[in-house]
Design a protein around this ligand. Structure first.
Ligand SMILES: *Cc1c(COP(=O)(O)O)cnc(C)c1O
Length: 419
Protein backbone atom coordinates (compact mmCIF):
# COMPACT_ATOMS: atom_id res chain seq x y z
CA UNK A 1 0.00 0.00 0.00
CA UNK A 2 1.82 3.14 -1.20
CA UNK A 3 -0.37 5.92 0.03
CA UNK A 4 -2.70 5.72 3.01
CA UNK A 5 -5.87 6.54 1.10
CA UNK A 6 -7.12 2.99 0.59
CA UNK A 7 -5.87 1.79 3.96
CA UNK A 8 -8.65 1.09 6.45
CA UNK A 9 -7.90 1.29 10.16
CA UNK A 10 -9.73 -0.81 12.69
CA UNK A 11 -9.49 1.59 15.64
CA UNK A 12 -11.68 4.50 16.63
CA UNK A 13 -12.29 6.53 19.78
CA UNK A 14 -14.74 5.45 22.47
CA UNK A 15 -17.77 7.59 21.65
CA UNK A 16 -19.10 7.28 25.16
CA UNK A 17 -16.34 9.62 26.25
CA UNK A 18 -17.77 12.40 24.10
CA UNK A 19 -21.30 12.00 25.39
CA UNK A 20 -20.46 11.28 29.03
CA UNK A 21 -18.19 14.27 29.48
CA UNK A 22 -21.07 16.58 28.39
CA UNK A 23 -20.75 20.11 29.74
CA UNK A 24 -17.84 20.31 32.14
CA UNK A 25 -16.57 23.22 34.18
CA UNK A 26 -13.18 22.87 32.55
CA UNK A 27 -14.65 22.80 29.05
CA UNK A 28 -16.78 25.91 29.57
CA UNK A 29 -13.97 27.83 31.29
CA UNK A 30 -11.55 26.92 28.49
CA UNK A 31 -13.91 28.29 25.86
CA UNK A 32 -14.43 31.48 27.90
CA UNK A 33 -10.66 31.87 28.25
CA UNK A 34 -10.31 31.53 24.49
CA UNK A 35 -12.72 34.40 23.93
CA UNK A 36 -10.81 36.88 26.11
CA UNK A 37 -9.79 40.02 24.32
CA UNK A 38 -6.02 39.72 23.87
CA UNK A 39 -5.59 43.45 23.17
CA UNK A 40 -7.21 44.46 26.48
CA UNK A 41 -4.26 45.64 28.63
CA UNK A 42 -6.07 44.91 31.91
CA UNK A 43 -5.29 41.69 33.76
CA UNK A 44 -7.78 38.85 33.43
CA UNK A 45 -9.88 38.44 36.57
CA UNK A 46 -10.51 34.73 37.08
CA UNK A 47 -13.70 34.36 39.12
CA UNK A 48 -14.62 31.14 37.37
CA UNK A 49 -12.64 28.30 38.88
CA UNK A 50 -11.71 27.24 42.36
CA UNK A 51 -7.93 27.21 42.38
CA UNK A 52 -6.60 30.10 44.45
CA UNK A 53 -3.11 28.59 44.70
CA UNK A 54 -1.71 31.18 42.29
CA UNK A 55 -2.45 34.10 44.65
CA UNK A 56 0.15 35.05 47.28
CA UNK A 57 -2.46 35.35 50.05
CA UNK A 58 -3.50 31.74 49.44
CA UNK A 59 -0.04 30.20 49.41
CA UNK A 60 0.09 26.94 51.31
CA UNK A 61 1.90 26.62 54.61
CA UNK A 62 5.71 26.14 54.59
CA UNK A 63 5.03 23.15 56.85
CA UNK A 64 3.43 21.33 53.93
CA UNK A 65 6.21 22.37 51.56
CA UNK A 66 8.84 21.14 54.03
CA UNK A 67 6.97 17.87 54.51
CA UNK A 68 7.21 17.20 50.76
CA UNK A 69 10.91 18.11 50.65
CA UNK A 70 11.64 15.90 53.69
CA UNK A 71 9.69 13.07 52.14
CA UNK A 72 11.65 13.25 48.89
CA UNK A 73 15.02 13.57 50.64
CA UNK A 74 14.36 10.61 52.95
CA UNK A 75 14.63 8.30 49.93
CA UNK A 76 12.03 6.12 51.66
CA UNK A 77 9.29 6.88 49.17
CA UNK A 78 10.86 6.17 45.80
CA UNK A 79 9.02 2.85 45.73
CA UNK A 80 5.60 1.80 44.43
CA UNK A 81 2.92 2.18 47.06
CA UNK A 82 0.38 -0.49 48.05
CA UNK A 83 -2.84 -0.05 46.05
CA UNK A 84 -4.74 1.33 49.03
CA UNK A 85 -1.94 3.77 49.95
CA UNK A 86 0.89 3.57 52.49
CA UNK A 87 -0.11 2.75 56.06
CA UNK A 88 1.35 5.86 57.80
CA UNK A 89 -0.67 8.12 55.49
CA UNK A 90 -3.88 6.12 55.97
CA UNK A 91 -3.37 6.11 59.72
CA UNK A 92 -2.77 9.88 59.74
CA UNK A 93 -5.96 10.51 57.73
CA UNK A 94 -7.98 8.16 59.97
CA UNK A 95 -6.79 10.11 63.02
CA UNK A 96 -7.35 13.50 61.39
CA UNK A 97 -10.96 12.66 60.47
CA UNK A 98 -11.71 10.85 63.74
CA UNK A 99 -11.17 14.09 65.70
CA UNK A 100 -14.62 15.19 64.52
CA UNK A 101 -16.41 11.84 64.86
CA UNK A 102 -18.09 10.04 67.77
CA UNK A 103 -16.14 6.86 66.88
CA UNK A 104 -12.62 6.01 65.76
CA UNK A 105 -11.84 5.30 62.10
CA UNK A 106 -9.27 2.62 61.39
CA UNK A 107 -6.55 2.98 58.73
CA UNK A 108 -8.39 0.17 56.94
CA UNK A 109 -11.34 2.53 56.43
CA UNK A 110 -9.11 4.87 54.40
CA UNK A 111 -8.16 4.53 50.72
CA UNK A 112 -5.80 7.06 49.18
CA UNK A 113 -6.79 8.45 45.80
CA UNK A 114 -5.56 10.88 43.16
CA UNK A 115 -7.38 13.84 44.63
CA UNK A 116 -11.05 13.82 45.53
CA UNK A 117 -11.68 13.46 41.79
CA UNK A 118 -10.48 9.86 41.70
CA UNK A 119 -12.40 9.12 44.89
CA UNK A 120 -15.59 10.10 43.00
CA UNK A 121 -14.53 7.90 40.09
CA UNK A 122 -13.94 4.95 42.46
CA UNK A 123 -17.31 5.10 44.19
CA UNK A 124 -19.33 5.72 41.03
CA UNK A 125 -17.64 2.75 39.38
CA UNK A 126 -18.12 0.53 42.43
CA UNK A 127 -21.85 1.31 42.61
CA UNK A 128 -22.54 0.69 38.92
CA UNK A 129 -24.89 -2.16 38.12
CA UNK A 130 -27.54 -2.54 35.42
CA UNK A 131 -30.48 -0.24 36.06
CA UNK A 132 -28.90 1.60 38.99
CA UNK A 133 -29.70 5.24 39.60
CA UNK A 134 -28.12 7.85 41.86
CA UNK A 135 -29.54 11.04 43.37
CA UNK A 136 -27.48 14.17 42.69
CA UNK A 137 -27.99 17.76 43.81
CA UNK A 138 -29.02 20.65 41.57
CA UNK A 139 -27.05 22.84 41.45
CA UNK A 140 -24.12 20.48 41.73
CA UNK A 141 -20.64 19.49 40.72
CA UNK A 142 -20.89 18.24 37.12
CA UNK A 143 -18.12 15.69 37.45
CA UNK A 144 -20.69 13.46 39.19
CA UNK A 145 -23.00 13.59 36.17
CA UNK A 146 -20.12 12.82 33.83
CA UNK A 147 -18.86 9.90 35.92
CA UNK A 148 -22.36 8.49 36.47
CA UNK A 149 -23.04 8.62 32.72
CA UNK A 150 -19.78 6.85 31.95
CA UNK A 151 -20.64 4.14 34.52
CA UNK A 152 -24.16 3.81 33.05
CA UNK A 153 -25.74 4.96 36.30
CA UNK A 154 -28.85 7.05 35.72
CA UNK A 155 -28.58 10.48 37.39
CA UNK A 156 -31.74 11.81 39.06
CA UNK A 157 -31.73 15.32 40.46
CA UNK A 158 -33.04 16.74 43.69
CA UNK A 159 -33.05 20.46 44.37
CA UNK A 160 -31.06 22.49 46.83
CA UNK A 161 -33.42 25.22 48.02
CA UNK A 162 -32.02 28.77 47.79
CA UNK A 163 -34.74 30.17 50.06
CA UNK A 164 -33.81 27.59 52.72
CA UNK A 165 -30.07 28.25 52.83
CA UNK A 166 -29.59 25.75 50.00
CA UNK A 167 -30.77 22.82 52.09
CA UNK A 168 -31.64 19.54 50.39
CA UNK A 169 -35.27 19.22 49.30
CA UNK A 170 -35.77 15.94 51.17
CA UNK A 171 -39.30 15.51 49.82
CA UNK A 172 -37.95 15.39 46.30
CA UNK A 173 -35.26 12.92 47.41
CA UNK A 174 -38.00 10.58 48.63
CA UNK A 175 -40.06 11.10 45.51
CA UNK A 176 -37.14 10.32 43.19
CA UNK A 177 -35.89 7.20 44.91
CA UNK A 178 -36.96 3.70 43.93
CA UNK A 179 -35.66 0.14 44.39
CA UNK A 180 -32.81 0.82 41.94
CA UNK A 181 -31.50 3.88 43.76
CA UNK A 182 -28.06 3.19 45.21
CA UNK A 183 -26.94 6.45 46.78
CA UNK A 184 -27.40 10.18 47.20
CA UNK A 185 -24.61 12.75 47.01
CA UNK A 186 -24.17 15.81 49.17
CA UNK A 187 -21.37 18.37 48.90
CA UNK A 188 -20.70 20.09 52.20
CA UNK A 189 -19.43 22.84 52.53
CA UNK A 190 -21.17 23.43 49.25
CA UNK A 191 -19.84 23.83 45.78
CA UNK A 192 -21.38 25.73 43.98
CA UNK A 193 -23.59 27.33 46.66
CA UNK A 194 -21.14 28.22 49.43
CA UNK A 195 -23.56 26.88 52.05
CA UNK A 196 -22.77 24.82 55.15
CA UNK A 197 -25.38 22.29 56.32
CA UNK A 198 -26.45 22.32 59.96
CA UNK A 199 -26.13 19.30 62.24
CA UNK A 200 -29.95 18.96 62.27
CA UNK A 201 -30.22 19.01 58.50
CA UNK A 202 -27.47 16.41 58.05
CA UNK A 203 -29.25 14.21 60.56
CA UNK A 204 -32.44 14.47 58.49
CA UNK A 205 -30.44 13.57 55.37
CA UNK A 206 -29.13 10.48 57.20
CA UNK A 207 -32.60 9.46 58.34
CA UNK A 208 -34.05 9.91 54.87
CA UNK A 209 -31.27 7.82 53.30
CA UNK A 210 -31.78 5.12 55.94
CA UNK A 211 -35.49 5.00 55.22
CA UNK A 212 -34.74 4.59 51.52
CA UNK A 213 -31.99 2.03 52.14
CA UNK A 214 -29.38 4.02 50.22
CA UNK A 215 -25.82 5.10 50.85
CA UNK A 216 -24.78 8.71 51.46
CA UNK A 217 -21.76 9.92 49.51
CA UNK A 218 -20.46 12.97 51.36
CA UNK A 219 -18.11 15.13 49.30
CA UNK A 220 -16.22 17.01 52.00
CA UNK A 221 -13.40 18.32 49.87
CA UNK A 222 -14.02 21.76 51.50
CA UNK A 223 -13.95 20.32 55.01
CA UNK A 224 -13.48 23.01 57.66
CA UNK A 225 -13.62 25.85 55.12
CA UNK A 226 -16.60 27.31 57.01
CA UNK A 227 -16.64 30.94 58.07
CA UNK A 228 -20.29 31.71 58.82
CA UNK A 229 -22.50 30.74 61.76
CA UNK A 230 -22.79 27.00 60.96
CA UNK A 231 -19.74 24.98 61.96
CA UNK A 232 -18.61 22.22 59.60
CA UNK A 233 -20.08 18.87 60.68
CA UNK A 234 -18.87 15.77 58.84
CA UNK A 235 -21.60 13.45 57.54
CA UNK A 236 -19.69 10.57 59.13
CA UNK A 237 -21.09 11.75 62.49
CA UNK A 238 -24.29 9.98 61.38
CA UNK A 239 -22.50 6.84 60.19
CA UNK A 240 -24.41 4.68 62.66
CA UNK A 241 -27.71 5.82 61.13
CA UNK A 242 -26.65 5.26 57.52
CA UNK A 243 -23.38 4.09 55.94
CA UNK A 244 -21.43 7.06 54.63
CA UNK A 245 -18.68 7.22 52.05
CA UNK A 246 -16.65 10.32 52.85
CA UNK A 247 -14.62 11.86 50.03
CA UNK A 248 -11.93 14.43 50.63
CA UNK A 249 -8.46 15.71 49.81
CA UNK A 250 -5.80 18.18 50.81
CA UNK A 251 -6.48 20.17 47.62
CA UNK A 252 -8.76 22.82 49.09
CA UNK A 253 -7.95 23.17 52.78
CA UNK A 254 -4.21 23.25 52.11
CA UNK A 255 -4.66 24.94 48.68
CA UNK A 256 -2.50 22.43 46.84
CA UNK A 257 -4.84 20.96 44.20
CA UNK A 258 -1.84 20.08 42.04
CA UNK A 259 -0.50 17.64 44.62
CA UNK A 260 -3.32 15.21 43.80
CA UNK A 261 -3.75 13.65 47.21
CA UNK A 262 -7.24 12.64 48.21
CA UNK A 263 -9.11 9.90 50.00
CA UNK A 264 -12.19 7.75 50.10
CA UNK A 265 -13.24 6.75 53.61
CA UNK A 266 -15.89 4.29 54.78
CA UNK A 267 -17.53 6.10 57.71
CA UNK A 268 -19.53 3.08 58.72
CA UNK A 269 -19.12 1.94 62.33
CA UNK A 270 -21.64 -0.89 61.79
CA UNK A 271 -19.59 -2.47 58.99
CA UNK A 272 -22.50 -2.52 56.53
CA UNK A 273 -20.28 -1.62 53.58
CA UNK A 274 -17.93 -4.51 54.30
CA UNK A 275 -20.84 -6.98 54.50
CA UNK A 276 -22.45 -5.71 51.33
CA UNK A 277 -19.28 -6.25 49.30
CA UNK A 278 -18.67 -2.56 48.63
CA UNK A 279 -15.28 -2.69 50.36
CA UNK A 280 -14.10 -5.63 48.21
CA UNK A 281 -15.14 -3.72 45.11
CA UNK A 282 -13.22 -0.63 46.21
CA UNK A 283 -10.14 -2.84 46.55
CA UNK A 284 -10.91 -4.38 43.18
CA UNK A 285 -11.07 -0.98 41.51
CA UNK A 286 -7.86 0.23 43.12
CA UNK A 287 -6.09 -2.93 41.94
CA UNK A 288 -6.67 -1.90 38.34
CA UNK A 289 -5.91 1.76 38.85
CA UNK A 290 -2.96 3.96 39.86
CA UNK A 291 -1.99 5.62 43.14
CA UNK A 292 -0.94 9.08 44.29
CA UNK A 293 2.84 9.60 44.02
CA UNK A 294 4.43 7.76 46.95
CA UNK A 295 6.48 10.76 48.14
CA UNK A 296 3.29 12.82 48.41
CA UNK A 297 1.75 10.03 50.49
CA UNK A 298 4.94 10.00 52.56
CA UNK A 299 4.44 13.68 53.42
CA UNK A 300 0.85 13.26 54.62
CA UNK A 301 1.54 12.36 58.29
CA UNK A 302 3.71 15.46 58.71
CA UNK A 303 1.29 17.75 56.83
CA UNK A 304 -1.67 16.63 58.94
CA UNK A 305 0.14 16.58 62.27
CA UNK A 306 2.15 19.78 61.99
CA UNK A 307 0.01 22.31 60.14
CA UNK A 308 -0.81 24.90 62.76
CA UNK A 309 -4.05 26.68 63.61
CA UNK A 310 -2.54 30.00 62.47
CA UNK A 311 -2.46 28.81 58.87
CA UNK A 312 -6.04 27.54 58.94
CA UNK A 313 -7.42 30.61 60.66
CA UNK A 314 -5.57 32.95 58.32
CA UNK A 315 -7.07 31.20 55.27
CA UNK A 316 -10.53 31.26 56.89
CA UNK A 317 -10.24 34.97 57.58
CA UNK A 318 -9.09 35.71 54.01
CA UNK A 319 -12.07 33.71 52.69
CA UNK A 320 -14.48 35.43 55.07
CA UNK A 321 -13.24 38.86 54.04
CA UNK A 322 -13.42 37.92 50.35
CA UNK A 323 -16.95 36.53 50.71
CA UNK A 324 -18.02 39.75 52.46
CA UNK A 325 -16.63 41.87 49.63
CA UNK A 326 -18.35 39.60 47.13
CA UNK A 327 -21.73 39.74 48.91
CA UNK A 328 -21.59 43.54 49.26
CA UNK A 329 -20.56 44.15 45.67
CA UNK A 330 -23.29 41.86 44.30
CA UNK A 331 -25.83 44.15 46.01
CA UNK A 332 -24.52 47.08 43.98
CA UNK A 333 -25.27 45.38 40.66
CA UNK A 334 -28.95 45.48 39.85
CA UNK A 335 -29.14 42.50 37.46
CA UNK A 336 -27.71 39.97 39.95
CA UNK A 337 -28.97 38.96 43.38
CA UNK A 338 -27.57 36.66 46.00
CA UNK A 339 -30.23 34.66 47.90
CA UNK A 340 -27.86 33.36 50.54
CA UNK A 341 -24.66 34.85 51.89
CA UNK A 342 -21.82 32.36 51.40
CA UNK A 343 -20.55 30.79 54.59
CA UNK A 344 -18.21 28.10 53.32
CA UNK A 345 -16.12 26.78 50.41
CA UNK A 346 -15.00 29.33 47.80
CA UNK A 347 -18.15 30.01 45.80
CA UNK A 348 -21.44 31.79 45.70
CA UNK A 349 -24.44 31.35 43.40
CA UNK A 350 -26.10 34.55 42.23
CA UNK A 351 -29.28 34.83 40.20
CA UNK A 352 -29.08 36.69 36.94
CA UNK A 353 -32.09 38.74 35.84
CA UNK A 354 -31.65 38.87 32.07
CA UNK A 355 -34.90 40.80 31.64
CA UNK A 356 -33.06 43.88 32.96
CA UNK A 357 -30.47 43.58 30.21
CA UNK A 358 -30.85 44.66 26.64
CA UNK A 359 -28.84 42.31 24.50
CA UNK A 360 -27.99 39.38 26.76
CA UNK A 361 -29.97 36.22 26.08
CA UNK A 362 -28.90 34.01 29.02
CA UNK A 363 -26.15 33.20 31.53
CA UNK A 364 -23.86 31.69 28.88
CA UNK A 365 -24.21 34.79 26.71
CA UNK A 366 -23.59 36.99 29.76
CA UNK A 367 -20.37 35.17 30.63
CA UNK A 368 -19.14 35.17 27.04
CA UNK A 369 -19.70 38.90 26.56
CA UNK A 370 -18.24 39.64 29.99
CA UNK A 371 -15.09 37.74 29.02
CA UNK A 372 -14.81 39.54 25.69
CA UNK A 373 -15.57 43.05 26.95
CA UNK A 374 -14.15 43.06 30.47
CA UNK A 375 -11.62 40.23 30.70
CA UNK A 376 -13.54 38.78 33.63
CA UNK A 377 -14.27 35.07 33.84
CA UNK A 378 -17.40 33.90 35.68
CA UNK A 379 -18.98 30.45 35.41
CA UNK A 380 -22.45 30.29 33.79
CA UNK A 381 -24.91 28.57 36.12
CA UNK A 382 -26.07 26.22 33.38
CA UNK A 383 -22.74 24.42 33.86
CA UNK A 384 -23.76 23.45 37.39
CA UNK A 385 -27.40 22.80 36.51
CA UNK A 386 -29.06 26.22 37.04
CA UNK A 387 -29.74 28.27 33.96
CA UNK A 388 -29.60 32.04 34.36
CA UNK A 389 -27.54 31.88 37.50
CA UNK A 390 -23.82 32.52 37.85
CA UNK A 391 -21.25 30.84 40.03
CA UNK A 392 -18.69 33.34 41.30
CA UNK A 393 -15.44 32.31 43.00
CA UNK A 394 -14.42 34.73 45.71
CA UNK A 395 -11.17 32.90 46.52
CA UNK A 396 -8.96 35.40 44.75
CA UNK A 397 -6.72 38.24 45.95
CA UNK A 398 -9.12 40.90 47.41
CA UNK A 399 -7.87 43.60 45.01
CA UNK A 400 -8.79 41.31 42.10
CA UNK A 401 -12.23 40.84 43.54
CA UNK A 402 -12.81 44.60 43.80
CA UNK A 403 -11.50 45.11 40.28
CA UNK A 404 -13.63 42.22 38.95
CA UNK A 405 -16.83 43.55 40.49
CA UNK A 406 -16.14 47.09 39.25
CA UNK A 407 -15.96 45.65 35.74
CA UNK A 408 -19.08 43.49 36.21
CA UNK A 409 -20.94 46.59 37.39
CA UNK A 410 -19.75 48.66 34.42
CA UNK A 411 -20.70 45.80 32.08
CA UNK A 412 -24.21 45.51 33.51
CA UNK A 413 -24.76 49.28 33.37
CA UNK A 414 -23.66 49.36 29.76
CA UNK A 415 -26.04 46.53 28.84
CA UNK A 416 -28.96 47.67 31.00
CA UNK A 417 -32.33 48.21 29.32
CA UNK A 418 -33.03 51.90 28.95
CA UNK A 419 -36.12 52.76 31.02
C1 LIG B 1 -12.47 20.54 43.74
C2 LIG B 1 -13.55 19.55 43.95
C3 LIG B 1 -13.30 18.17 43.83
C4 LIG B 1 -11.99 17.64 43.33
O1 LIG B 1 -11.00 17.71 44.28
P1 LIG B 1 -9.49 17.32 43.94
O2 LIG B 1 -8.91 16.93 45.24
O3 LIG B 1 -8.85 18.52 43.35
O4 LIG B 1 -9.51 16.18 42.97
C5 LIG B 1 -14.33 17.29 44.13
N1 LIG B 1 -15.54 17.74 44.52
C6 LIG B 1 -15.83 19.05 44.60
C7 LIG B 1 -17.19 19.47 45.02
C8 LIG B 1 -14.84 20.00 44.33
O5 LIG B 1 -15.14 21.30 44.37
Amino acid sequence: MENGSSQSWRFRGNEELNTASGITIRGVLTSLMQSLNQSDPRPTIPLGHGDPSVFPCFRTTPIAEDAIADSVRSAKFNCYSPTVGILPARRAIAEYLSRDLPYQLSPDDVYLTLGCTQAIEVILTVLARPGANILLPTPGFPYYEARAAFSHIEARHFDLLPEKDWEVDLNSVEALADENTVAMVIVNPGNPCGNVFTYQHLKKVAETARKLGILVIADEVYDHLAFGSNPFVPMGVFGSIVPVITLGSISKRWIVPGWRLGWLVTSDPNGILRKSGIVDCIMGFLNISSDPATFIQGAVPQILAKTNEEFFSRIISVLRQASDICYDRVKEVSCITCPHKPEGSMFVMVKLNVSLLEDISDDMDFCLKLAIEENVIVLPGVTVGLKNWLRITFAVEPSYLEDGFARIKAFCQRHAKKQ
